[in-house]
Design a protein around this ligand. Structure first.
Ligand code: HEM
Length: 504
């Protein structure tokens, strides 16, 4: 009896080891590509996952220095093409845009974003085409962006008031920027802020969690037989909870709105926010009934919050960080704004158009601190040849704008924050110049450039023109912590605190 038990003790682990080794050999066998892009050596099962830190854009940059601007990694069983130069980005997002027009749809996206019935993660096809068309022409047309100017003005005035009231004491600018961006999105999407209500607080918490979950690495996605780890560590449960919580709130917001819209007089008062426009778009085919399209409406509203609030806050946070570290740039920007505004008390949106130095400061912030260091992933929907290399259908493509912004072949002294580099340059961030693509490019490019830039520039111009800014005592004399946090968007790891004094 004892002999048999000892036998089992040795035999079972041995067989398991042989099994794991064979499976890993099978999983990591070459894909049959004739001429794949250069790859760092990979481990069985893990592929190159062990070479990624919690900040993958930094790991990609150092790997690309060894393996080149177009390299093929493996996240478990998933091949991942990483582009780290403007030239390689152009190949993916322009020359082969159609071949890379899909996005990977992981478990988190499927659960939270209604199986990709949003826009950001919608599979490329007819549904995506229609949703993108509506987004560009109806939700975010130039006319619509202009119609939001009163919201921008009010929210900026609220911000300025809060800073004035806390004059002389240190404020947490990172938190304030996030609230500012979230309130602006809430008003554009729902026509009102839900901020102080129970529903509002819960929604904000869930939206924050959603961003975290959508950016998290879920091991089962790359190594399916390790999927149980996601269950054991509670990831799957959190996904279910967040998806359920968001859905309940959005359902109640839609019901409320449908009720209000039945009362014609109240509908007028409410005006056309994103929700009204989406209800109109998605009821066209059904003679006023949206019941079959509720998931599309909810998915797109979640895109607006997911893609909209965090990103603008990150740009504001890093721009103020760099201005505080570079007082001469801050002073030059202040003089520039004053020259345009002259003796007027209030800055108008027309004034902003005449401030090229403000635009240059924001471009330089994008270059140094892109909100999405790796943009958003794409997927090859067919086999494709990129710069002579064979890339198989199903390969995930990641464009490292983080690396492009630091490329010494493109930028003189890339490590320096110098907005002047954009003053006599035609380089813009609209997706044509691949040196500067914080909003991506091509058919899956961001549809909200004008909308985002309008509120970012308006707030910044006001903050710089109306206040003198300083770092709190504790930060003086030592440089700020410039590290970014892990996750899909790159926040400051340490929130930015600053002191403001009103300029009379
Ligand atoms: C500073 C602010 C923002 C930045 C830096 C940014 C950046 C990006 C990037 C990098 C992409 C992927 C592009 C690609 O694959 O080529 C994207 C897509 C997208 N963004 Fe933005 N975004 C911002 C604000 C917003 C806002 C405010 C909204 C909504 C109101 C929004 C909605 C979207 C949508 C719907 C897509 C998906 C487009 C598609 O897949 O066809 N973004 N954004």
């Amino acid at each position: 009896m004892e002999e048999i038990e000892i036998h089992h003790l040795i035999l079972f682990p041995l067989i398991s080891l042989i099994l794991i080794w064979s499976i890993s050999k099978w999983l990591s066998k070459p894909t049959g590509n004739k001429n794949p892009p250069p790859s760092p050596p990979k481990l069985p099962v893990l592929g190159n996952l062990h070479q990624l830190s919690s900040l993958p854009h930094r790991s990609f940059l150092s790997l690309s220095k060894k393996h080149g601007p177009l390299m093929l990694l493996h996240f478990g069983r998933v091949p991942v093409l990483v582009a780290s130069s403007a030239d390689a980005a152009r190949e993916i997002m322009k020359n082969h845009d159609l071949s890379f027009a899909d996005r990977p749809l992981y478990k988190a996206h499927r659960k939270i974003l209604y199986d990709g019935r949003d826009l950001v993660f919608a599979p490329y096809g007819e549904y995506w085409r229609q949703a993108k068309g509506s987004f560009v022409l109806k939700l975010l047309s130039n006319k619509r962006v202009q119609s939001f100017q009163p919201i921008r003005e009010e929210e900026t005035a609220n911000f300025v008031k809060k800073i004035r009231e806390s004059s002389g004491s240190s404020v947490n600018l990172s938190r304030m920027f996030f609230q500012f961006a979230y309130d602006g999105i809430c008003r554009s999407a729902f026509g009102r802020k839900y901020g102080e209500s129970e529903k509002g607080k819960k929604f904000l918490m869930l939206v924050t969690e959603m961003a975290e979950l959508l950016g998290a690495i879920c091991i089962g996605e790359f190594i399916p037989w390790l999927g149980w780890i996601d269950r054991v560590r509670g990831f799957d449960e959190r996904l279910d909870e967040v998806a359920r919580g968001l859905d309940e709130i959005l359902e109640s917001v839609i019901d409320e709105r449908l009720e209000i819209n039945q009362e014609e007089s109240l509908k007028e008062e409410n005006g056309d926010d994103f929700l009204d426009i989406l209800l109109e778009i998605y009821s066209d085919d059904n003679g006023g009934d949206v019941s079959g399209n509720r998931d599309n409406i909810k998915g797109i509203i979640l895109d607006v919050f997911g893609a909209g609030s965090d990103t603008s806050a990150v740009v504001l946070e890093w721009t103020m960080t760099e201005l505080l570290r570079h007082p001469t740039v801050m002073e030059k920007l202040r003089r520039h704004i004053k020259e345009v505004v002259k003796e007027k008390r209030d800055i108008s949106s027309d004034d902003i158009e005449k401030m090229p130095y403000l635009r240059a400061v924001i471009k330089e912030t994008f270059r140094c601190h892109p909100p999405f260091p790796l943009l958003l992933p794409r997927v090859a929907c067919r086999d494709v040849k990129v710069k002579g290399y064979d890339v198989a259908a199903g390969t995930v493509a990641m464009v490292s704008f983080w690396a492009i912004g630091r490329d010494p072949e493109l930028w003189d002294e890339p490590e320096k924050f110098r907005p002047e580099r954009f003053l006599n340059s035609s380089i813009d961030f609209k997706g044509v110049d691949f040196e500067l693509i914080p909003f991506g490019a091509g058919r899956r490019g961001c549809p909200a450039i004008t909308y985002s830039i309008a509120s970012i520039e308006f707030l910044l111009a006001n903050l710089v023109a109306k206040f003198e800014w300083k770092l709190p005592n504790v930060e003086k004399g030592k440089d700020l912590d410039m590290n970014e946090s892990p996750g899909i968007t790159a926040h400051r790891v340490v929130p930015l605190h600053a002191l403001a004094t009103m300029i009379e």
